[in-house]
Write a protein that binds this ligand. Structure first.
Ligand code: COA
Ligand code: AMP
Length: 635
């Protein structure tokens, strides 16, 4: 493994030399003289004195270099039965005019713009338009409820909110305007203006501060790119932490662009002109990196898919996309393939399509479970690559890297650390764990380009959440181990974050919402195994002593409460009313034990337990209500 190990060694030992070389491939207004520097907290800053604009590098540069008529995006929307192709020139022009429109509304360099849009080309136009002006975008996923949107608006304090009039789920239209209006009613911060992209299926009624996207753009000038410093923020993307307040992960501009361009070549093995399809959403980091920015920085075409893996109309959708657009690299979450496998276990629909263009299949967002890996591996003639990353890192930390050097694939492993990520596994004492020994997965500082530069307006949280646990290391929040050959196995979170259908959610936040119900005395929300979604939340609730209502009604109210506060994406559909929760003598709820119980795993009774009968009580209720796999233990 010479090419890989040489690159890994150089990126670790001489990071400035390694990344300066990668940076030379991108167009700069002023190339950086400072490749790596540190802020006053000793966090890495990359290319901080270079002048750059990611919109220029991804669009204008390619238009100037001969890609003007090449498709930049293929939009494929089975839910509206529409398709559209935008060339690099067309996309650049739309972006430049929308940037002109935003500038007309007062958006300047450093201002924030919140974007709440489904998978339509205009979402990319809005993101690039912000980048063009040096403004900071913050995209909010459409499956979040008004309260979640309100929290993000309040924190980011946008000058403008950009939205579509609706999103479309498999069988329903989701009107966005009422969600925005409710969010703005809840938010202490008010934007100067809202821009609404009207969709034919459900146009919105506009209010006093709303502007119609089409009318605004028709009269807007063409805006040129504004050069920004390499370390200036490009976006804020909120992600779940362990508390009710999401963390505003901040991403810089040039480090991110350099990392993405590098990864397009080494991890995704893409050549300019080829087509990448990432079936995710612009509301997630995967969408930011490999629908919006990565493919276009590399001169590729990106497929923007407004549909699901199944039911729009069937489990052949992914194969159809690959055939139609001659996709080279396809990327989605394992849960999406579990949905395909469930609907079409023999993959009969695959036989209807020619997927010979496909060179590699990638999955991330959760661990690729070995059964799904083997199903895909048996089915396809191409490498099936599991790779591990997080909103915070912005690009993969560990992956098989066929563009650098093809490596053997091991089921259940994300393969090897990517050059630039000095990954280590530490035990409780902060010592390096032995091979096969599980521990906390950490990354030795400095983090490579592309990773978070902070938490928006909360440096203290940045430090306490990531940097304080093991000084000198970034704490990923994941547990795992290296095998004897250096392959990394990521086994799950070590905190209260759960992963539902590849979406990261906070059980702590759900507990705040459930605990806020007037009839609830105490509660715990845990993530339990689900065959399709990986995990789903389960709420365990103790009502107040004076509660005299119907338990089923309370359970339904709590389900509705989470749906209305966090959103349908939380998939909070199971609640059990219990009399007691198993706790330690110091009063800590034994969550791991509850999880094991629900998952049908063997569980011992810990010596620290306050009252062992509480455990049997909860277990009996779980069995009675057939929760998760709780019954298996009795079988
Ligand atoms: N806007 C509004 N509502 C949304 C939404 C959006 N953008 N996305 C999802 N929802 C809603 C769904 O309609 C569903 O609502 P319901 O409870 O009324 O049915 C709920 O949120 C849960 O959605 P989801 O988790 O997507 O479940 P599902 O059963 O509809 O679909 C999968 C299951 C596996 C097909 C789907 O989760 C999937 O495609 N996952 C891929 C994951 C992914 O892309 N992850 C990104 C990281 S790579
Ligand atoms: P997000 O920030 O939403 O991308 O979620 C990041 C989290 O998802 C990680 O911390 C992991 O817990 C999990 N994750 C993502 N990709 C993988 C993977 N390939 N293997 C295991 N866990 C993963």
């Amino acid at each position: 493994m010479n090419r890989y190990s040489d690159a890994y060694r150089q990126a670790t030992e001489q990071p400035e030399v390694f990344w300066a070389e990668q940076a030379r491939r991108l167009p700069w207004y002023t190339p950086p003289t400072q490749v790596l520097s540190y802020d006053d907290q000793q966090h890495a800053r990359w290319f901080s004195d270079g002048e750059f604009n990611i919109c220029y590098a991804a669009l204008d540069h390619h238009v100037a270099q001969g890609r003007a008529e090449q498709p930049a995006i293929y939009w494929d929307s089975p839910v509206t039965q529409s398709r559209r192709t935008l060339t690099y020139r067309e996309l650049r022009d739309q972006v430049a005019h929308f940037a002109g429109a935003l500038a007309g509304l007062g958006v300047r360099k450093g201002d924030r713009v919140v974007i709440y849009m489904p998978m339509i080309p205009e979402a990319l136009v809005a993101m690039y338009a912000c980048a063009r002006l040096g403004a900071i975008h913050s995209v909010v996923f459409g499956g979040f409820a008004p309260h979640e949107l309100a929290m993000r608006i309040e924190d980011a304090e946008p000058t403008v909110v950009v939205a579509a009039s609706c999103g479309i789920e498999v069988d329903k239209v989701v009107p966005y305007k009422p969600i925005i209006d409710q969010a703005l009613t809840q938010s202490r911060h008010q934007p100067d203006a809202c821009v609404i992209f009207q969709r034919d299926l459900h146009p919105a009624i506009l209010g006093a501060r709303d502007h119609d996207w089409g009318e605004l753009v028709a009269n807007a000038p063409f805006a040129e790119c504004v050069p920004v410093k390499g370390s200036d923020p490009l976006y804020i993307l909120y992600t779940s932490g362990t508390t009710g307040k999401p963390k505003g992960v901040m991403r810089d501009t040039a480090g991110y662009a350099v990392a993405l361009a590098y990864s397009m070549q080494t991890i995704y093995a893409m050549n300019p002109g080829e087509v990448m399809c990432t079936a995710s959403d612009v509301g997630w980091v995967v969408g930011h990196s490999y629908i919006v920015y990565g493919p276009l920085l590399h001169g590729c075409t990106s497929v923007v898919y407004e549909g699901k893996p199944v039911n729009t109309p069937d489990a052949g959708s992914f194969w159809r996309l690959i055939e139609t657009y001659r996709v080279t690299s396809f990327f989605t979450a394992p849960t999406a393939f579990r949905a395909v496998k469930k609907a079409d276990p023999e993959a009969r629909l695959l036989g209807e399509y020619d997927i010979s263009s496909l060179k590699h299949l990638y999955v991330a967002g959760e661990r690729l479970d070995p059964p799904t890996f083997h199903w895909l591996d048996d089915l396809l003639d191409v490498p099936v690559i599991d790779h591990w990353w997080q909103t915070e890192t912005g690009w993969p930390i560990a992956a098989n890297q066929p563009g650098l050097e093809a490596m053997p694939i091991k089921a259940g492993s994300a393969s090897l650390p990517v050059p630039g990520f000095n990954v280590q596994v530490l035990d409780r004492e902060g010592e390096q764990a032995a091979p096969m020994e599980q521990g906390s997965v950490v990354i030795r500082q400095p983090l490579p380009p592309g990773c978070l530069t902070g938490i928006w307006r909360d440096p203290q949280r940045f430090h306490s959440a990531y940097m304080a646990a093991f000084p000198g290391y970034y704490l990923t929040g994941d547990g795992g181990y290296f095998d004897e050959t250096g392959y990394l196995f990521i086994m799950g979170r070590t905190d209260d974050v759960i992963n539902v259908a590849g979406h990261r959610l906070s059980t702590g936040e759900m507990e705040e919402v459930v605990g806020g119900h007037p009839a609830v005395a105490e509660c715990a929300v845990i993530g339990i195994h689900d065959a399709l979604k990986g995990q789903v939340p389960l709420g365990l609730v103790i009502p107040k002593d004076d509660f005299s209502g119907d338990e089923l009604t309370l359970e339904n109210e709590l389900i509705a409460r989470v749906r209305e506060t966090i959103g349908p994406i939380a998939c909070f559909k199971q609640v059990l009313v219990v009399n007691r929760l198993p706790k330690t003598r110091s009063g800590k709820i034994l969550r791991k034990l509850l999880r094991n119980m629900a998952d049908g795993k063997a569980f011992g009774i810990p010596s620290t337990i306050d009252d062992p009968t509480s455990l049997e009580e909860v277990h009996a209720i779980m069995c009675d209500r057939a929760v998760g796999s709780a019954l298996i233990r009795h079988a």
